[in-house]
Design a protein around this ligand. Structure first.
Ligand SMILES: Cc1cc2nc3c(=O)[nH]c(=O)nc-3n(C[C@H](O)[C@H](O)[C@H](O)COP(=O)(O)OP(=O)(O)OC[C@H]3O[C@@H](n4cnc5c(N)ncnc54)[C@H](O)[C@@H]3O)c2cc1C
Length: 445
């Protein structure tokens, strides 16, 4: 994360300028004209449905002032990051509203079933423990005012700082004024514009993430000068083109394969980890073909995959090539060059794999499968923030009143192109939510 410096006078000038052209629904009235009702969050929740305007949200231009509310914190997005932030704020005795635009909490955090099991995996079913359920229970216990089907559409930017959000729900539009606004809206894989601009090479891959990963928080903050940092990189590989993190698929990137493209040529250092994602999608059919021989210590995974119909086993490499339509001659030539270097104790001459890490491709039977990357939330690009999770403007200065956590800021956390360890994306939500709240409460000053 970037280290911030104290807010400069320049920021005020920039902020004032931005104020004039910030969010589309930034108040046209002066702050004194929009002083919100001093209703508490809990009172507001119980507001009778009869207050709902008859017009649709889009038709409702003026905010329904009687529904406006003031709280200490407004948190946008009820995934792992938002649940953590909201529970933390409530735990510290602050009033907090947690907005979720869909009908349930969880976002991508509820889908995650990989190295870091949050839900849906066997271990969760057996133990009854899952990150989202447990975090939701904690937030509810802390009496967090969670509002479902409530979408934050704009940041309220007044007097040089973010002062809350505009909310759209079935009853219309209202404003939540807050000392601190935390965006925990997840990723942007379902946002066509952001994908084309920041992850163009991944645009055509199928997203496998929460329905709410539409980059709302990114867009709202970017209107105030927030900017993207990090490395465009994504993808989950299941065996034989399967998406997502079935255990055998989740393990796939870790297994030691000999990889070629459909033309039978190697195209990467197989030990690049997630970095090879970008290279896979540059191949003519956007796939990688994976081979292993029987000397590998990962044979048991392949046996399991074969049993499930997710991989193939054959006595010869030629047979495997035929299954996938890889030209045998080209493939065998590639293997021969590779094997020769391995046997002679040389490093891989083409992509630099150290000799000790080169796999053998000599012992039958052989195994093969292919990776057809889909796109999950573990892309490594997100909004710039400092070590306190304050979102930074174009001059790398904190945007007053605005924090981010979770996948929204993943580029700041792991922006070097490497996915450093299991659980990184979830963790950035969970500790990010706590750091943001505690900093806003003055605990780190
Ligand atoms: C299949 C899969 C496997 C994964 N495996 C791993 C793993 O092994 N390790 C790991 O660390 N990470 C993994 N991840 C990534 C990780 O799950 C996510 O990065 C993380 O859960 C994101 O948490 P979040 O709170 O930032 O966002 P989310 O959990 O996506 O929550 C964001 C919430 O904000 C809501 N929202 C969006 N816009 C608005 C708005 N305008 N108003 C109100 N609400 C809004 C959304 O509806 C959503 O509920 C995986 C993800 C997937 C899909």
């Amino acid at each position: 994360m970037k280290k911030s410096t104290p807010l400069l006078a320049l920021l005020c000038a920039v902020a004032l300028l931005l104020g004039g052209c910030s969010s589309g629904s930034a108040p046209e009235s002066t702050p004194s004209q929009t002083v919100p009702a001093t209703q508490s969050a809990s009172e507001q929740t119980e507001a009778p449905a009869t207050q709902a305007p008859e017009t649709s949200a889009a038709e409702t231009e003026a905010p329904a002032a009687e529904r406006d509310v003031t709280v200490d914190f407004v948190v946008v997005g009820a995934g792992a990051g938002g649940l953590q932030a909201a529970a933390e704020a409530a735990f510290l005795g602050k009033s907090v509203i947690l907005l979720e635009k869909t009908g349930r909490a969880g976002g991508s955090s509820a889908l995650c079933e990989g190295y870091f099991w949050s839900s849906g995996a066997k271990i969760n079913e057996e133990t009854g423990i899952g990150i989202v359920q447990d975090m939701l229970a904690i937030a509810e216990k802390q009496s967090v005012d969670i509002r479902y089907d409530s979408k934050a559409t704009d940041l309220i930017y007044e007097d040089g700082r973010v002062q809350g959000v505009v909310v759209e729900d079935a009853d219309g539009v209202y404003r939540i004024y807050a000392d601190t606004t935390i965006l925990a809206t997840g990723g942007f894989l379902r946002n066509e514009k952001l994908m084309k601009e920041y992850m163009p090479e991944w645009y055509y891959e199928e997203p496998f993430c929460g329905a709410g990963s539409t980059g709302d928080g990114h867009e709202m903050a970017m209107e105030l000068g927030a900017h993207m940092v990090g490395y465009s990189n994504g993808g989950v590989w299941g065996f034989d083109g399967q998406n997502g993190y079935h255990m055998e698929g989740g393990m796939a990137p870790c297994l030691c394969f000999f990889l070629t493209n459909i033309e039978g040529r190697r195209f990467c250092n197989e030990y690049m980890g997630t970095l090879k994602n970008d290279l896979i999608v540059q191949q003519s059919d956007r796939k990688a073909y994976c081979f292993m021989d029987s000397a590998s210590s990962y044979v048991s995974f392949m046996e399991e995959a074969v049993e499930k119909g997710l991989a193939h086993k054959a006595d010869t490499l030629e047979e495997l090539c035929e299954i996938y339509g890889i030209p045998v001659d080209a493939f065998m030539e590639t293997v021969a060059g590779y094997n020769q270097a391995k046997e002679e104790g040389r490093d891989d001459p083409d992509f630099g794999v150290p000799n000790a890490y080169m796999v053998s491709m000599t012992e039958a039977p052989y195994y093969a499968t292919y990776f057809d990357p889909s796109l999950t939330t573990n892309n490594l690009m997100g909004l710039a923030c400092d070590e306190y999770c304050r979102l930074l403007d174009a001059n790398d200065q904190p945007i007053p009143g605005l924090y981010g956590c979770g996948e929204l800021i993943i580029g700041s956390v792991v922006g070097n192109g490497n996915y450093p360890s299991c659980g990184t994306c979830l963790a950035s939500g969970i500790y990010g939510g706590a750091i943001a709240v505690r900093h806003a409460c003055g605990q780190f000053q």
